[in-house]
Design a protein. Structure first.
Length: 260
């Protein structure tokens, strides 16, 4: 099939071969210029109702580590801000760099963060399935949170302690009772713009909500993400999972709005 990755031959610069939308008009991520963002007083706060969220498993899909949620009802939704409907939490995952390098996808005035967390939600009011929402304009809302290195994050160990169970591509293990609300920074002020999935198939279906305040994690915690490998247990080469980020794409005239 359309094998893609983050290497020299199958990485972001080659994606447009199998996914021509890679050169489209609303691709993500982007470099955010705060002074050029339009402050919109009509942009209300983001509201997260995760209190009854149900995490199911944690998996290595060969591109990142993903925690999946039960999304058969509105038990965990995001609403408000730029969103006209509540969007259901489907999964969250991370993008990160190599040791001492940066690995966020969005950048701010050309500056990268160490990593970026994506909480992926879909519009179950307008669409019957995640797949349908993922391939239709504004079917998805992704909340992006930057990770910056500093003190240890008091709750991230719940994720990093499980990473050894999903070292290889294709591994999945139970991961119940985790509420990602514990990962969020204190302020949810954000930038928002219309964009895309940042990995193939790169569908232009995402309302991006990028939180301004980063969460702080320790270098040691971040290093545990790099113990994962892109490759399957049966493959002989072990390629460390790191630098799984797409670089910023052209804005092509889009407006980035800013909550207060
Ligand atoms: C498009 C989908 C696979 N891709 C994603 O779900 C996805 C989500 C978020 C991002 S990011 N980095 O922009 O936040 C990137 C890719 C395949 N797919 C199609 C139907 C479907 C049903 C269940 C699961 C996956 C499914
Ligand atoms: Zn992502």
């Amino acid at each position: 099939g359309n094998q893609w990755g983050y290497g020299k031959d199958d990485g972001p610069s080659a994606w447009n071969t199998n996914y021509p939308v890679a050169d489209g008009d609303r691709q993500s991520p982007i470099d955010i210029l705060p002074h050029q963002a339009r402050h919109d007083p009509n942009l209300g706060p983001i509201v997260l109702n995760y209190d009854r969220c149900t995490s199911i498993n944690i998996a290595n899909n060969g591109h990142s580590v993903v925690v999946e949620f039960e999304d058969s009802d509105d038990r965990s939704v995001i609403q408000g801000g730029p969103l006209d409907n509540p969007y259901r939490l489907k999964q969250f995952h991370f993008h990160w760099g190599g040791k001492g390098c940066h690995g966020s996808e969005h950048t701010v005035e050309g500056n990268s963060y160490a990593s970026e967390l994506h909480l992926v939600h879909w519009n179950a009011v307008k669409f019957k399935t995640f797949g349908e929402a993922a391939s239709t304009s504004d079917g998805l809302a992704v909340l992006g949170i930057f990770l910056e290195t500093g003190d240890e994050h008091r709750w991230l160990h719940m994720i990093t302690d499980a990473l050894y169970t999903v070292k290889f591509k294709g591994s999945v293990t139970d991961f119940k009772g985790f509420n990602p609300k514990c990962l969020l920074p204190s302020s949810l002020h954000y930038w928002t713009y219309l964009g895309s999935l940042t990995t193939p198939p790169l569908h232009e279906s995402v309302i991006w909500i990028v939180v301004k305040e980063p969460m702080i994690v320790s270098e040691k915690q971040l290093g545990k993400f790099r113990t994962l490998v892109f490759t399957g247990e049966e493959e002989d080469e072990r390629t460390r999972m790191e630098n799984n980020f797409r670089p910023p794409q052209l804005l092509k005239g889009r407006t980035v709005r800013s909550s207060n």
